[in-house]
Design a protein. Sequence first.
Length: 202
Amino acid sequence: MKMEIVSQIDAQKAVADKVLKALFPIDPYAIVAGGAPRDWYMGNAAKDVDVFFNVGRRPYWVIKKQLEEVGISNFIEKTGEGIPENYKANPHLRCVFDVVVDGVQVQIMAMECQTFQVVEMFPFSICQVWYKNGNIGADPTFRHTVETKSILMNQNEVYGAENKYAERLKTKFPEPEWKWMLPAEWHEAKALWVMQNKGRTI
């Protein structure tokens, strides 16, 4: 890995740690999830950093006041129609706070649900990964996806069949190098892979 990329990743992780530390009094379970930890895991710098924290049903003015009290300010608040298209599908998202921290673009997502539930809601297995306390966490589904370059496309109550985010992901992880599969096909292929690899799991 080139030293320049390593330096970029380290700088982005330092910003992630800084934001998570600031958010700790509001939600000690706040995490970075999705694209940034995925890219770091694969040895790439991220485009931006998405941070998720649980705010329940608190009024917007309370959320903003809490952010300012922990030193997060100069943000651009996005609610309703102002929320980016690829985030709107999640009904648990209250609002997004865009902020630049030490030169890194950060989206702070105010959620109504527990933060680790967000990871499970991501419709593509290539995004089901998180970062906290200096470590990247990933479940076997994500690790199997990276190992075999087969991406599970889930359709659930949060993300339906039509999702514009998929178009951007398919550009980043194009076929035929990466295989995009619906659940039945993906689980069948995984079972065959495990059998061929003598029961080895990732």
